[in-house]
Write a new protein. Sequence first.
Length: 162
Amino acid sequence: MMAGSRTTFVMSKVFGAAVVSAAVALVGSLGAWGILVSTGLLDGRLWVPGLTVLILGRSAAVVAWGVVGTCTVLTTRSQTAAITLILTVPFVAETAVRTLARQVGGTLEGVTRLLPFASIDALVPVPPGSTLFEEPVNSPETACTVVGCFLALLLTASTRRA
């Protein structure tokens, strides 16, 4: 192996994915900001603190998804399996579990707040009174902790498997 060790190999892949994901998130966020300014939706007022938090939160979520995807490919050694997992787990499995837990209520609903992709979504702040987005299921601190543990687990699995 040219990288020298599994850890170096995995970390170089993950770092590359994180850099590309961050660049994509930044360009997308700045593009959206440009559209808001040019169409007058900001109405001459620059909502800098809220917009900055939104851009940083969205960028963190995009980077987390990029790292999850990279680690899943390295662990499964199959792009098809990784794409299937990345689309099935958050959009089908977690959604079904969260919906069922919401119907049952109680402790089960609280436990589902610790699901990894729900926590990644919670990294993005929701403007107060927004009708477009659901309120995040976790506080930013809890979301960062859950996402950090989830990524550490994936990085460990990727290093062992690569």
